[in-house]
Design a protein around this ligand. Structure first.
Ligand SMILES: C[S@@+](CC[C@H](N)C(=O)[O-])C[C@H]1O[C@@H](n2cnc3c(N)ncnc32)[C@H](O)[C@@H]1O
Length: 252
């Protein structure tokens, strides 16, 4: 699995975008003291940490199938109830949470409708279920320049634009199919500054996620050509990358 990687590799590759996104997503979900919350597909804890800030350790649970990420949360946020598991089979009873969130996870679920249905099941009736996924389909995600370069060199290179929830409106459709109510689509954008091109490129070589897996299987020559093509497409450093995520808020 491309998320069976050290937490610090994830932090360098995607955490630089998902940490600022988490602050906005927790605000969008109107997470307030007194609530009990679950972070589904928590990774190394970008959103979990924001939930703990707002609700306290005892009111937050988290779940992820990646063993190194579960261990990373246990060390970053001692005392949080973090479990190994998937969205499609959440290890919690019905109606346990006021707020159940999934940041950048729906597109990696084996069965997104079943994962969202499970999120509804563990949320009390009328509680909030929210999810967000990068705009990989519309080219607004954080990896857009990388995938453009990869396709320039190899039209058959895989990308994430066909994954569930990456197209505008698709998250809302999935939530409807999962039986959620009062579905409100919206979007969030974060901007990340890169002091050098090397700071942007280096983490692509760490094997994280589908993009990292693609780089890892290239031989050194093809990797260097891809690196050069990325550098041609990006502005001279320092530069900023704006990344947008489709979001939904809905009621269980
Ligand atoms: C892009 S990362 C997002 C991590 C974290 N939420 C964040 O915003 O940084 C995707 C996460 O989804 C997890 N994941 C993959 N398949 C999953 C599934 N079926 N159910 C729950 N989580 C899953 C991965 O292990 C990984 O931690």
């Amino acid at each position: 699995m491309s998320f069976d990687v050290p937490a610090d590799a994830y932090a360098r590759f995607m955490g630089r975008f998902s940490e600022p996104l988490a602050a906005q997503f927790a605000e969008l979900a109107q997470v307030r003291a007194g609530q009990r919350a679950l972070d589904v597909g928590c990774g190394p804890g970008a959103l979990t940490a924001r939930l703990v800030e707002r609700l306290g350790t005892d009111a937050v649970s988290a779940v992820d199938p990646s063993v190194p990420f579960v261990a990373a949360i246990q060390s970053r946020l001692p005392g949080v109830d973090v479990r190994a598991g998937t969205a499609e089979q959440l290890p919690f009873p019905d109606d346990t949470f006021d707020v159940t969130l999934a940041q950048l996870v729906v597109h990696f679920m084996a069965d997104p409708v079943s994962g969202l249905s499970e999120m509804a099941r563990v949320t009390r009736p009328g509680g909030l279920v929210a999810a967000c996924v990068w705009d990989h389909c519309g080219g607004g995600g954080p990896l857009a320049a990388f995938y453009r370069a990869a396709h320039d060199l190899d039209p058959d290179a895989p990308d994430e634009s066909g994954l569930a929830g990456t197209r505008e409106g698709q998250l809302a459709e999935l939530c409807g199919a999962a039986g959620l109510r009062e579905i409100e689509p919206t979007s969030l954008t974060v901007s990340v500054r890169f002091p050098t091109f090397a700071a942007w490129w280096g983490p692509f070589t760490l094997g994280v996620g589908p993009a990292g897996a693609y780089v890892a299987q290239l031989d050194q020559g093809r990797r260097e050509v891809l690196r050069s093509r990325c550098q041609q497409l990006l502005p001279p450093a320092p530069f900023e990358i704006a990344a947008s995520a489709w979001c939904v808020r809905a009621r269980a």
